[in-house]
Design a protein around this ligand. Structure first.
Ligand code: ZN
Length: 179
C-alpha cells in the first residue's frame, strides 16, 4: 500500500495512450490498492491509473459517490466503456487531482451508464446522474487522454493556467511542460 505521486497538468504523461488490461493479476490488484490510498490521501472523488503515470485502463470512483453508502469501498472499473449518456446537458463545477486548486464549470450529459470489469473479472454496469454521472464521464475521459481543460472555453482555459502557475509557484516546483 502506498500513496503515489499525482501526475499534474501539463505533464505529457496525462496524454499517453492507455492499454487494455489483459489479466487481473497481483500487479493489477496492487495498483488498485495504491490508487485507493492515493485517492483518499488527496481527498478525490475518483482517480484514473494514468494520473499516477500508469497506462492501464482502470479508474476508481469513491464508494460514497458510486453507491451513496459512506462506508462503501471504492468501485473499481477495469476496461470501462461508456454504454450511453443522456438526460440533457448540464453544467456544474468540477475538480481533478491533476489540476490542483482548480474548480471550473464543465458541461456534460446529466446521466451516464458505464460497463466495466471488476477485480474478480466479472462484468458489471453502473448508471448514475449528478455527481456520479459526472465522475464516470470525467474518469473515463482520462483513459482517452481528455482533460478538464479540453472541456472549457478560452477564458476558463486561461483561468486554469493562471491557477496552476500559482500552485506550482507555491509548491516551489516547475511544471513538466510550458503552461
Ligand atoms: Zn481527473
Amino acid at each position: 500500500m502506498a500513496v503515489l505521486d499525482i501526475v499534474t497538468f501539463p505533464d505529457p504523461r496525462l496524454r499517453q495512450p492507455t492499454i487494455t488490461v489483459q489479466e487481473i493479476d497481483e500487479g493489477i490488484r496492487a495498483l488498485v490498492r495504491d490508487l485507493t490510498d492515493t485517492m483518499y490521501a488527496h481527498d478525490g472523488a475518483g482517480i484514473a491509473a494514468i494520473q499516477v503515470g500508469r497506462p492501464e485502463r482502470i479508474f476508481l470512483v469513491d464508494g460514497r459517490v458510486a453507491t451513496g453508502d459512506p462506508k462503501a469501498d471504492p468501485v473499481v472499473f477495469i476496461n470501462p466503456e461508456i454504454v450511453e449518456t443522456g438526460g440533457g446537458v448540464v453544467g456544474d463545477d468540477e475538480g481533478c487531482l491533476s489540476f490542483p486548486g482548480v474548480f471550473v464549470e464543465v458541461r456534460r450529459p446529466r446521466r451516464a451508464k458505464v460497463r466495466a470489469t471488476d477485480l474478480d473479472g466479472r462484468t458489471f454496469e453502473i448508471e448514475g446522474e449528478g455527481l456520479l454521472g459526472r465522475a464516470l464521464q470525467h474518469e473515463f475521459d482520462h483513459l482517452e487522454g481528455r482533460l478538464l481543460i479540453d472541456m472549457v472555453g478560452f477564458v476558463k482555459k486561461e483561468m486554469i493556467r493562471r491557477r496552476l502557475k500559482r500552485w506550482y509557484a507555491e509548491q516551489g516546483r516547475a511544471p513538466a511542460a510550458a503552461l
